[in-house]
Design a protein around this ligand. Structure first.
Ligand SMILES: *[C@@H]1O[C@H](CO)[C@@H](O)[C@H](O)[C@H]1NC(C)=O
Ligand SMILES: *[C@@H]1O[C@H](CO)[C@@H](O)[C@H](O)[C@H]1NC(C)=O
Ligand SMILES: *[C@@H]1O[C@H](CO)[C@@H](O)[C@H](O)[C@H]1NC(C)=O
Ligand SMILES: *[C@@H]1O[C@H](CO)[C@@H](O)[C@H](O)[C@H]1NC(C)=O
Ligand SMILES: *[C@@H]1O[C@H](CO)[C@@H](O)[C@H](O)[C@H]1NC(C)=O
Ligand SMILES: *[C@@H]1O[C@H](CO)[C@@H](O)[C@H](O)[C@H]1NC(C)=O
Ligand SMILES: *[C@@H]1O[C@H](CO)[C@@H](O)[C@H](O)[C@H]1NC(C)=O
Ligand SMILES: *[C@@H]1O[C@H](CO)[C@@H](O)[C@H](O)[C@H]1NC(C)=O
Ligand SMILES: *[C@@H]1O[C@H](CO)[C@@H](O)[C@H](O)[C@H]1NC(C)=O
Length: 449
């Protein structure tokens, strides 16, 4: 009897482990935005003698993750020998070998074309609606009007009916680095279009969708942001964990980081060049993260309590336009006021209202400047105390999770949180969280393995 029970529990834990493995390595899943995805929709608008004309639209259905400059890159593989006769609102990066064509030469003959958006200010005859934003795709919550991007494509040497057309395969979406994984194209119900005066409905001849999801593990090898903590009731400032995003190299002429007081700062920054814009050039800190979020528990009132949140940019090579922050704390269901940030509550799960998305006010602080005196933004949050849950003990006043631009920021270990005077380190809560941290780091390791 006992051995069977033991065997069962072993099998169950093995199953759990396996599900953990497959879960992290195949599917990108974000607990705070479980259905977040970018959907690419192809609407065939007309058949031509040797193919079709389609409008391709990318919808960013992610609540808070956006694609910022230098923008998206979309690729696929043709199923047969299709070519692109022409494009409006985007272009392929390479034409490829079109030598088999006499006279009219296609825009692109590559088997695996790579498409990029056109830049703002493109001539009107090369534009269509939702195009030409330099590949920038804003997030669904922050800027729904700019969460879609379109182009028109005229395909030749292709099927000319919905029976003979072959769907493109192997879609890749770069932002512009890795991170997104796209599924196969699937034929869906043809899109219906309503005319501007709403008096007529037309429809695509055929529509297919591709869904792409994001995984932070695929996107970058190291974390990109970290969290530091402090409170009015304890002088200790708990800094980001050391070496969160890398370690400071100790040779002075190393280019790994910049000392803000160093005389060679200007040359190091200007000499960096635009080509390696994706490799951050960070200020030398103990954590080496490009971005730090500081959460300070500032004031305790009778009915309310107040938090100050600051975001600091340590990257000399990056201005964050339209940045956003997601924070999870149980008191967000009683947020009374937020100063100088926009706010929307996210409810990834029905009934749980503990997650907030915050972003800058347009033309005021929606632009987080590169590292330096202007490289920070801040806000204060006023929470109403819920007597049944509110406490300053056991680190309750600190956030459970922080995301910057959709990436999870590394928190200090729970047993280092500032304590209330005369209180010991948080015990139960800490043990539980420690267990979760261990599990999380295990998942991390597995995902990188
Ligand atoms: C993609 O996002 C949309 C909008 O949130 C959702 O309706 C759809 O089910 C998602 N698709 C997948 C495959 O998750
Ligand atoms: C193809 O078009 C025919 C009409 O021309 C239609 O009946 C059929 O449903 C279409 N099939 C698909 C897969 O769209
Ligand atoms: C899919 O695309 C990737 C990257 O472009 C390429 O490495 C891979 O070989 C392609 N797979 C197929 C089946 O075409
Ligand atoms: C296909 O994409 C469109 C637009 O993104 C969406 O409205 C539609 O629901 C999608 N269809 C399916 C079956 O996912
Ligand atoms: C740099 O590292 C070497 C050995 O690894 C050590 O001897 C030296 O003191 C370090 N220098 C600084 C400035 O930390
Ligand atoms: C950031 O923006 C400032 C002001 O607009 C500009 O001077 C600077 O060159 C930008 N830096 C980068 C790395 O793009
Ligand atoms: C969540 O809480 C905020 C702040 O109290 C409130 O404004 C919002 O309506 C709540 N949302 C839901 C879905 O309960
Ligand atoms: C806090 O919010 C919850 C859910 O929105 C509500 O039931 C509760 O009464 C609120 N508490 C206070 C003190 O406002
Ligand atoms: C403040 O918190 C730290 C832990 O981060 C602890 O070591 C220290 O003793 C606390 N100070 C007081 C006065 O309780």
């Amino acid at each position: 009897m006992e051995s069977i029970a033991r065997l069962t529990s072993f099998a169950v834990s093995l199953l759990f482990l396996l599900s953990c493995l497959s879960f992290t390595s195949t599917e990108a899943y974000d607990a705070l935005d479980p259905t977040g995805n970018i959907t690419i929709k192809w609407d065939v608008m007309s058949w031509t003698p040797d193919g079709y004309v389609a409008v391709v639209t990318m919808y960013n259905f992610q609540q808070y993750r956006h694609i910022q400059a230098p923008g998206w890159t979309l690729g696929w593989t043709w199923a047969k020998k299709e070519v692109i006769w022409s494009m409006v609102g985007a272009q392929t990066t390479e034409q490829g070998d079109c030598s088999r064509f006499k006279g009219n030469v296609p825009h692109c003959c590559k088997k695996d074309p790579t498409v990029v958006d056109l830049l703002p200010g493109t001539a009107y005859n090369q534009q269509i609606a939702n195009c030409c934003k330099g590949g920038v795709l804003n997030s669904w919550v922050q800027d729904p009007a700019n969460a879609a991007s379109s182009f028109q494509i005229s395909v030749g040497a292709a099927g000319t009916t919905n029976k003979t057309v072959k769907l493109p395969k192997n879609f890749t979406l770069k932002a512009p680095g890795p991170g997104y994984t796209c599924g196969p194209a699937k034929i869906v119900r043809a899109t219906k279009f309503i005319t501007a005066d709403k008096r007529r409905v037309t429809q695509a001849l055929m529509t297919w969708n591709v869904t792409c999801t994001y995984s932070q593990f695929l996107a970058q090898k190291t974390p990109t942001c970290c969290v530091s903590l402090s409170s009015f009731y304890n002088d200790t400032i708990v800094n980001c964990p050391t070496c969160t995003c890398g370690c400071k190299s100790n040779s002075t002429d190393s280019e790994s980081c910049v000392n803000p007081n160093h005389p060679h700062l200007a040359s190091a920054v200007s000499g960096s060049g635009k080509s390696n814009i994706n490799t951050p050039l960070v200020q030398c800190t103990s954590h080496m993260c490009p971005v730090r979020i500081h959460w300070h528990v500032k004031i305790n009132y009778k009915e309310y309590w107040r938090v100050k949140v600051s975001i600091t940019n340590f990257n000399y090579r990056m201005n964050y336009s339209q940045w956003n922050l997601v924070a999870q704390h149980p008191n967000f269901d009683n947020l009374t006021q937020i100063f100088s940030f926009n706010y929307k509550s996210l409810t990834p799960y029905a009934g749980l209202n503990d997650t907030a998305m915050m972003w800058g006010v347009k033309f005021y602080n929606d632009f987080l400047n590169e590292a330096g005196p202007l490289g920070n933004v801040q806000s204060e949050l006023l929470f109403r105390k819920d007597k049944s849950t509110f406490t300053f003990e056991k680190g309750w006043a600190f956030p459970r999770r922080i995301y910057f631009n959709g990436d999870n920021c590394v928190m200090p270990p729970p047993d280092s949180y500032p304590w209330l005077p005369n209180a010991g380190p948080p015990k139960m809560a800490s043990l539980l969280r420690l267990a979760m941290t261990v599990l999380a780091s295990f998942v991390f390791l597995v995902a990188y393995a």
